[in-house]
Design a protein around this ligand. Structure first.
Ligand SMILES: [Zn+2]
Length: 491
């Protein structure tokens, strides 16, 4: 047997000013053939699971591409074309089954439904080819995606620590089908609701409850059941919370299960609305807490949701209220990195940090913050993840500098990187467990590595294109009415 296995992942924030050319994928992956095998075999990813399943079956493995970029604006047309061409060409050469590690919220310049369009194209080349797809919990499902593959399963955790398991769930069903041991039938539904990302953590209600119900059903009545929180900042028609169920030759049951869970989510829709606290109050509250580490979560500027990772509002407030013993992870500012490297380790530097990118979608210009500090360390920014999310994968922060203001140690990096692993700090000589405050540009993924060491967590509503205040975004394509944009809507 011959299996085509590929990864093409991007969570698109259509409000993000960060461009997404092909190069965004190469800095974070874009491996081909044996390089892809070497890079991902043994990691906590769906791709690694597909490789293991294929090897168990003794199948020949073709990996046309394994590419992922940090979330950002719409994927450039050429990048999408190049990646999807690679996958389609591999399928066209002949294959018994296809296993795809996708995100599910990819919006491109040339299609709003990046995944659905790819799946449709594959099926036009190889009609009815068995195809398993692993998706992120933040996928926005579409009819086109469901109609053009055999099996979909998504992450059941946020932070996403079950990536490998998800690959196994999706892949195993397809392998059973190939052996004639199962006949997967799939259905899905959504409800008109744009859940807030900050309300999708699976270690708490409401998302945790829904996931638990889905798992219980999956164990009894279905082959796979996934509740997708959706990605609300991908402004296209089908964005939002959805449910997909895969059953064994029972389409009616798949429909009933997805409706049952979607109804429950809809009934609890108010719990999916995040209530923000003013920034100054959050920092003042944090100032009174002890002991550390106290996490300050700068969630409006999360690069893993399309944030520029260079807004300085939370850092500025922390300085204004004079918090001490703070480590900041991380500010993306290639210009500052260059300047600090030129100055050299041990030098004292005053510079305008961050705020390099304007955010026209929310009507804000970049606002750099003047800081003075000593260059403590310069690094290549590579580290291997030791914690539960992306375990074993090498991360590339690009050239990295630690700037010490006396009260604050700031990690300043070239490439985007959301802090979800303690090695992010440790690799640059900062011991996170020994700091009073850790200011993290993250929304939920920080919990994978940092929640176990945190004594307190304070969410800080700063500035950025990943904020939870929907009123600052101009939604144009999502279906209306939709909750909570149209708060008093009836179903
Ligand atoms: Zn996600």
């Amino acid at each position: 047997m011959k299996f085509v296995i590929a990864m093409m992942k991007h969570e698109t924030n259509t409000f993000s000013p960060v461009p997404t050319p092909y190069e965004s994928f190469t800095s974070h992956g874009a491996f081909y053939g044996n390089d892809a095998y070497e890079a991902f075999k043994g990691t906590n990813t769906p791709l690694a699971a597909f490789i293991d399943l294929a090897e168990k079956e003794g199948a020949e493995i073709i990996i046309p591409i394994a590419a992922e970029a940090w979330p950002s604006g719409p994927v450039h047309a050429q990048a999408y074309q190049r990646m999807t061409d690679a996958i389609c060409e591999a399928v066209a050469k002949g294959s018994d089954a296809v296993f795809l590690d996708l995100h599910g919220a990819m919006v491109c310049q040339n299609t709003d439904d990046g995944e659905g369009t790819l799946l449709e194209r594959i099926r036009s080349i190889a009609p009815n080819i068995p195809m398993a797809v692993a998706l992120d919990l933040h996928a926005n499902l579409t009819d086109k995606m469901i109609a053009n593959c055999s099996v979909i399963a998504g992450y059941t955790t946020y932070p996403h620590i079950d990536m490998y398991e998800t690959g196994v769930r999706a892949g195993n069903i397809l392998i059973k089908a190939l052996k004639g041991q199962a006949k997967p039938t799939m259905d899905w539904t959504n409800r008109p609701m744009l859940a807030h990302t900050l309300c999708m953590g699976t270690d708490e209600a409401p998302m945790g409850d829904l996931v638990a119900r889905a798992k219980a059903i999956e164990g009894k009545e279905a082959l796979a059941v996934t509740v997708f929180g959706g990605f609300p900042l991908a402004d296209f028609n089908s964005a939002g919370l959805s449910v997909v169920a895969v059953t064994d030759n029972n389409p009616k049951s798949a429909r009933d299960i997805s409706n049952r869970l979607a109804d429950e989510a809809w009934q609890r829709r108010r719990e999916f609305v995040y209530q923000a606290e003013p920034l100054a109050e959050s920092v003042a509250r944090a100032a009174k807490l002890s002991p550390g580490p106290i996490l300050l979560i700068d969630h409006a500027d999360n690069c893993a949701s399309g944030g520029t990772q260079d807004t300085m509002a939370v850092v500025a407030e922390v300085m204004r209220q004079d918090l001490k013993d703070v480590a900041v992870g991380a500010i993306r500012d290639p210009e500052a990195v260059k300047k600090l490297i030129e100055s050299g380790v041990g030098s004292n530097v005053t510079l305008a940090l961050g705020g390099k990118m304007d955010m026209p979608s929310i009507g804000r210009q970049g606002e750099p913050l003047e800081v003075t500090g000593r260059v403590r360390l310069i690094s290549d920014g590579d580290f291997i993840v030791r914690g539960p999310m992306y375990t074993g994968v090498t991360m590339h922060m690009g050239k990295t500098v630690v700037l010490d203001t006396g009260s604050i140690q700031m990690v300043i990096i070239e490439n985007n990187h959301e802090p979800f692993d303690l090695e992010m700090f440790r690799s640059v000589g900062i011991e996170p467990t020994a700091r009073q405050y850790l200011l993290l540009k993250s929304r939920i993924h920080y919990r994978a590595g940092f929640k176990p060491i945190a004594k307190h967590i304070v969410e800080c509503s700063g500035v950025g294109v990943t904020g939870s205040d929907y009123s600052q975004f101009k939604f144009e394509k999502v279906r209306r009415p939709i909750y909570p944009l149209d708060a008093d809507m009836a179903l």
